[in-house]
Design a protein around this ligand. Structure first.
Ligand code: G4P
Ligand code: NA
Ligand code: NA
Length: 194
């Protein structure tokens, strides 16, 4: 499964500079549903015996991957919102602040208290792991709900950034399907050997 994603990155990914990989022809703008279902299957295969009750992601680019994973695990998924819906009351939501390095902004993410409870065992899914701020925001939400974090599943991990270490320091298992060791616009992507 991981090979499918690496092959697709090699074929259609564009290394913009030594830090940013463009994957918007198949992963986060135009989307290849067969590829996404393969990623969902890979996450489901890995976490299937861990009694996951819900998949949690952050809008927008995590949603289709979370959907595929949740469908394969036969459980619901929830996406944290970057702008609270008009129906979300202040006391009715869990909130975390997420700083985006690529965009240089901080945003509040919210999840209704109705959809994560202390009974839940949560698998967090996202498209990219860079500095880990999005994942740490989702982890904060899960902990506010006193739910269990089973692990974090990531499509593309930029292993030269600190995200994996920050999550592992929290005692959280990270499964990344493609781990980028380095990127170069001239020579392309190099993967972490596993
Ligand atoms: P972090 O959460 O790991 O700290 O990452 P960071 O702040 O650096 O990333 C902010 C946004 O940029 C995230 O999307 C993330 O998925 C995306 N991103 C990070 N690195 C790359 C990259 O190399 N290539 C691409 N294409 N995207 C990257 P977001 O702002 O939450 O937006 P959305 O697309 O989910 O709406
Ligand atoms: Na994202
Ligand atoms: Na994104």
């Amino acid at each position: 499964m991981a090979q499918i994603l690496r092959d697709r990155i090699d074929k259609d990914g564009k290394v913009l500079n030594d830090r940013v990989l463009k994957v918007d022809s198949f992963l986060n703008h135009q989307v290849d549903p067969h590829l996404i279902m393969s990623l969902g299957q890979a996450f489901a295969d890995h976490f299937k015996d861990r009694q996951v009750t819900k998949v949690l992601t952050l809008e927008a680019s995590g949603i289709h991957i979370a959907f595929a994973t949740a469908l394969r695990l036969d459980i619901p998924f929830v996406f944290a919102k970057k702008r609270p819906a008009s129906t979300q009351q202040g006391s009715g939501v869990y909130t975390a602040e997420v700083e985006s390095f690529t965009r240089g902004q901080t945003c509040s993410i919210t999840v209704s208290k109705d959809y994560i409870t202390s009974e839940d065992r949560i698998l967090i899914i996202d498209d990219f792991l860079a500095a880990g701020n999005a994942a740490l925001g989702l982890i904060s939400v899960v902990r506010q709900a006193n739910a269990e974090i089973v692990g974090v599943g990531i499509a593309v991990e930029k292993s030269f950034q600190t995200g994996r270490k920050r999550l592992e320091d929290e005692g959280i298992e990270v499964l990344s399907l493609a781990r980028l060791k380095s990127m170069d616009p001239a020579t392309g992507v190099e993967y972490v050997k596993e």
